[in-house]
Design a protein around this ligand. Sequence first.
Ligand code: NIG
Ligand code: FE
Length: 403
Amino acid sequence: MSALLTGIGELLTGRLPGDEGPELPLVVERAALVLDGDRVAWVGTAEEARSAALAADVHVDAGGRAVVPGFVDSHAHLVFAGDRSAEFAARVAGEPYAAGGIRTTVAATRAASDEVLLAGAARLVGEMLRQGTTTVEIKSGYGLTVRDEARSLAVARRLTEETTYLGAHVVPDGPGGIPGDVAAYVDLVTGPMLAACAPHARWIDVFCETGAFDVDQARAVLAAGAAAGLDGRLHANQLGPGPGVRLACELGLAAVDHCTYLDDADVAALADSGTTATLLPGVEFSTRQPYPDARRLLDAGVHVALASDCNPGSSFTSSLPFCVALAVREMGMTPTEAVLAATRGGARALARDDVGRLVPGARADLVLLDAPSHGHLAYRPGVPLVAGVWQRGRPVLPQPGPS
Ligand code: NIG
Ligand code: FE
């Protein structure tokens, strides 16, 4: 099927100078777009579309509203069971956030059936889609046994191609609640658990932080993952300073996520590497920690992505528009930088160039906003501006009615 969209008041192509492919401005005013199959076939102005007499199976009039690329959420933990709203309430009342809360979700996840885990994750993917997210990465990390990590990833694989093995999330307690043996657990994560999970995963991730895994353990897990054909990414520098960001840069990982506590050497290492710094402001909102300094990173030339980190403990939001608004209000990003970080930035963090942009040849994933420009995503926080979503060239929102 092909579709011609006209009457687009403003189209954010996401194209920047230096990108490969045909020249196009970042923003096209009074734009038109042709989708063919699952791809973008043509992008230009309404006048160009008229003079080329473009035709398609379906014609959609955007009525002067803005169109942006579908959001790319490169960091989410959607396979879990249980509820931690009481932990959130305690935190709001003054309790600090600690990585140990993860164990609460681990117990509930192990007790849940595959069907319950799939239904919960699918519900969140649907929630994301309604807020404009058309590509999502999903991690394991709440199973922490060979069986529970492997089935978490099998669930994730049913929902996305961007699946991440996070057996190295925390060290689970041993029998009787005795703290687990870290070295023995790293052996499990890099041995039988990796063997069971690798067939379902594209990526491998480690929570490199005090209270989780140190830099040598992270290095060992990433090396084992690489040997099994998985590309690496890291959680690092979330709760305090540490060597994780520099490890990610040294290894040339696609992304290092959180980046809340950075020193000058971390920023320089990020600027000198191709590693994307993924910022997760939903975490700082929910844990009441200081926000990462996106301005400092952008001014240093670092590639920045925004993602939700949707998870039941530190950031139970599925909304990239909310993260965009936080990044603009709290982290020194301009509205355009923030929307780019949630689209082409997320794509870069997943080593993808087929999503996150609306240029000829890209995947036809796009969002129609009930707003005249992409800046309204930050200007109108908390407002449901997503009026329509196309995924792989098909309108998925609003749901097409029975014909
Ligand atoms: O990305 N940092 C580690 N993992 C999650 C937290 C998960 C939880 O608290 O359940 C995160 O913030
Ligand atoms: Fe996370």
